[in-house]
Design a protein around this ligand. Structure first.
Ligand code: CO
Length: 646
């Protein structure tokens, strides 16, 4: 026994769990030296979601951040969280990308690589562990903790033993959901200390409030290092507070030796950042405490909230939380940690939003079922597998064996705009976001600075346009946005107005703009379809046509002209998302106007909740219009395609 060492997570997990990872390098700078002087065992400062958020929302280069932190933190070891073969992304990357990423991270200043695989499938850690060994840095391999009928003490000890055989320098018990209860923690640490001759570290989350007791029992059982965060960034879905732990262990054989006064100075800085930026304090709501029921980890809860908010369905959080354990059971009890938390989370969200379980399954869920994430802890239910992938084959090899090397191809593809190998890695991880970021970086400092927009900012931009456009009736939850650059009332606007009109209870509407006057009056269901039959006509011609058809319908209530009109099917967006016409920026669109599509054929991709969802046609027919631009934000229920059914 002896002093307990502490890893501070304030610059990575704590703000990822509480502040949606939004702390900037500038926020960190004033306390980096102070953090270095505390005497922490290590500082977790990089990896996890920080990489993605840096380029996507903060317009920062994550590699640059690491370099800056390293310049200021000279004594304390820097630590990162690496998601095994998924690196800092959400799917598996080929071995060559994994090796290069590890090399660059080591060179940029990482001393300790904490690696884990969501499924505890150690095959997914082979490549990165070998690569880390080669750099001479510390491999801390995780045993991911969860509760299920298949996650026994034996399972955890076996996993740890195998990780030791693979070259782990220390083992981390990773309790990302705050599920580890104090007495189990004692038993687990004891078992690990008995079977393994390695340092043991414990990472847990506060959430339901067990964490302080859990850490103390682990200390009694002989744990070597524990994770905490600075007070203002602790509690809630984050780590327990360092100040409390330091005090609790004072004057015992495990005394951390850390100075409370110095810790409070750092806490004061983070509290100022928190207040200044309006970030949340770590709290435990009943929903959070229900983690004991639903097992949803900290980061995932705040993600689910914002995903549902994005989908304008935040009132359905309880249904989603109830659905999650069911999906988890269906899928063989994967621990809920990135990326499997996304897989289970989005499937639960879709099961709730679409009203039918497994009606819509994103590519990532299919990949999981096909074995492309690794081996699930328990077999996937047969009928569920059939529902998700049909008769498609399930893979039994190490998933990355199926991936082609990516480095040379990516390097060529990204071209001149990548200024370094680190940029190429950024591109491999998040191609579209990386390109936007590189463009932004390139033009920064010149006169013409493009506004790289977060999702919120895009919303604002559209709102402004909307105000300038014609008066529109507002339909709750189905806000329609005019296209950019539309100065005159054109066919698109008219069509949108008609759709809107159709969704309201308003029975008459008259709109005048410039020389155009549009009168709408409700008469029958045929109007909408009637208005949609000529979407590709030039504006003036179409306008006449629309007017004519309206007077036809409203006055005489004639049936729609021609049988074909009955067959126009609207393909709507089942979620708030970003619309993509092609699988990747340089490949041809899935469909063009005029194409014939079969039922089940992919029409587009909707990116929502960090996942790519293929939208398939439910009918066979001809695409008569595509109403959304590539890379445009779409709303729930927004019409994407019009298909004339065969
Ligand atoms: Co964590």
């Amino acid at each position: 026994m002896g002093r307990i060492k502490i890893t501070d997570t304030s610059l990575r997990d704590a703000h990822q769990s509480l502040w949606a990872t939004r702390m900037t390098t500038d926020d960190m700078l004033p306390v980096l030296e102070d953090l270095d002087n505390i005497g922490y065992y290590s500082l977790e400062v990089w990896g996890g979601a920080t990489f993605d958020v840096c380029i996507r929302y903060l317009h920062e280069d994550p590699w640059e951040r690491l370099k800056i932190i390293r310049e200021h933190v000279k004594k304390t070891k820097l630590q990162m969280l690496l998601r095994g073969q998924s690196l800092v992304g959400y799917s598996h990357y080929p071995d060559d990308a994994v090796i290069r990423f590890v090399e660059e991270a080591a060179e940029s200043g990482i001393d300790i690589f904490r690696v884990f695989d969501a499924l505890n499938d150690i095959r997914n850690l082979e490549t990165c562990m070998k690569a880390i060994k080669k750099t001479g840095k510390h491999i801390q391999a995780c045993v991911v903790y969860t509760i299920s009928p298949v996650h026994s003490m034996q399972h955890f000890v076996d996993t740890a033993l195998r990780l030791k055989d693979m070259g782990a320098d220390s083992i981390c018990i990773k309790d990302m959901a705050g599920l580890l209860a104090p007495y189990t923690s004692y038993e687990l640490v004891k078992a690990f200390k008995e079977h393994l001759d390695l340092p043991i570290q414990l990472h847990t989350h506060y959430i339901g409030g067990l964490a302080i007791a859990t850490l103390l029992k682990a200390v009694e059982a002989g744990v070597d290092v524990i994770d905490t965060a600075s007070g203002p960034m602790a509690f809630g879905s984050s780590q327990p507070p360092v100040e409390t732990i330091v005090r609790a262990l004072q004057e015992t054989e495990w005394d951390t030796g850390l100075d409370l006064h110095q810790l409070f100075e750092i806490a004061t800085h983070f509290e100022q950042i928190r207040k200044h930026k309006g970030f949340e304090r770590g709290v435990t709501r009943i929903t959070d405490m229900k983690v004991f029921e639903h097992q949803v980890p900290g980061g995932m809860i705040s993600n689910l909230y914002s995903q549902l908010e994005e989908q304008k369905a935040s009132d359905r959080i309880d249904e989603v939380l109830e659905e999650i354990p069911k999906v988890r059971e269906d899928l063989g009890y994967p621990p809920l940690v990135t990326p499997t938390s996304q897989v289970v989370g989005i499937q639960a969200v879709l099961n709730v939003l679409t009203g039918e379980r497994y009606k819509m399954c994103p590519g990532e869920v299919k990949d999981y079922v096909k074995g492309l994430y690794g081996k699930p802890p328990a077999p996937i239910k047969e009928e569920i597998r059939k529902k998700i992938i049909g008769d498609e084959e399930v893979m039994n090899v190490r998933p990355a064996d199926l991936l082609e090397p990516v480095w040379e191809k990516a390097k060529k593809e990204v071209g001149e705009i990548a200024e370094s190998d680190r940029d190429v890695l950024t591109y491999i991880l998040f191609p579209q976001v990386a390109l936007k970021f590189f463009e932004y970086r390139k033009s920064r400092g010149t006169e013409d600075i493009p506004q790289i927009s977060s999702k919120d900012e895009v919303g604002e931009e559209f709102k402004e346009k909307e105000n300038k456009a014609v008066k529109q009736p507002v339909v709750k939850g189905k806000k329609r946005l005019p296209r950019r650059g539309d100065d005159e009332m054109n066919i698109d606007e008219i069509r949108e107005l008609i759709l809107l009109f159709d969704q309201t209870d308003i029975s008459e509407l008259e709109i005048q703009k410039d020389d155009c006057k549009l009168s709408l009056r409700k008469a029958g269901q045929e109007r909408k379809k009637e208005a949609l039959v000529n979407p590709v006509l030039p504006a003036a011609e179409a306008l006449t046509d629309v007017k004519t058809s309206f007077s036809d319908n409203s006055e005489e209530e004639k049936p729609a002209r021609g049988e074909n009109n009955e067959n126009v099917v609207e393909v709507t967006s089942p979620m708030v998302a970003t619309f993509y016409r092609a699988p990747s920026p340089d490949s041809p669109p899935f469909v063009e106007i005029g194409d014939h599509v079969e039922a089940g054929q992919t029409l587009c991709i909707l990116e929502a909740m960090k996942l790519m969802n293929e939208i398939k046609s439910e009918v066979s027919g001809t695409v008569i219009d595509i109403l959304v631009e590539n890379a445009e934000a779409v709303e729930y229920g927004q019409v994407l395609f019009l298909i004339e059914e065969d």
